[in-house]
Design a protein around this ligand. Sequence first.
Ligand SMILES: O=P(O)(O)OP(=O)(O)OP(=O)(O)OC[C@H]1O[C@@H](n2cnc3c(O)ncnc32)[C@H](O)[C@@H]1O
Ligand SMILES: [Mg+2]
Length: 172
Amino acid sequence: MTNKIVVGSYNQAKINAVASIFKDFHIKSQDAPSHVASQPFSDQETIQGAINRAKYCQNSNKGAIGIGLEGGVMRLKNQLFLCNWGALVDQEEQLYIAGGARVPVPEKVAEALEKGEELGTVMRRYTGELNVSQNAGAIGVFTNNMLSRQAMFEHVVIQLKGQYEIKNQISW
Ligand SMILES: O=P(O)(O)OP(=O)(O)OP(=O)(O)OC[C@H]1O[C@@H](n2cnc3c(O)ncnc32)[C@H](O)[C@@H]1O
Ligand SMILES: [Mg+2]
């Protein structure tokens, strides 16, 4: 069992989420390419970004666990929703994935995204805050701060950690 984790992002909301769930681990972060658009537009694309980042981190840090967390939007019932995915690749290159909460994107914001703007830019315009994505996140703003981006990612990381731990106890 390793106690080293490499997170594929310098985003503080993501790093804090991993650190608060993997308390006894040494957490390092590095840039990891998602190989998807910076504004993913489907679950498929978002999950792939998380997997690519996790694999990159694990590959470039042998013996460590790699974690990738990726945000995007997806269409359902004629609406855009925020969607978030996480991936964990362990020392044996076993992959675990988990999804996060989703909430509708307000109409005006959705229209801006459809025109090609990035969510970070749009959020900055509406809130006047520079670093929404590292703090409350769009999900925090849309939920009146009932759910922060960090808390949402913590939930994803809990699901990753749990799957990783049970896999070492039960062979499914
Ligand atoms: O440095 P990285 O790890 O890339 O951090 P990031 O904030 O850019 O995060 P992602 O690339 O994982 O995801 C960006 C997407 O996440 C979504 N997102 C959710 N909340 C956001 C926010 O407050 N600001 C920007 N993007 C947000 C949105 O769909 C973005 O295109
Ligand atoms: Mg990004």
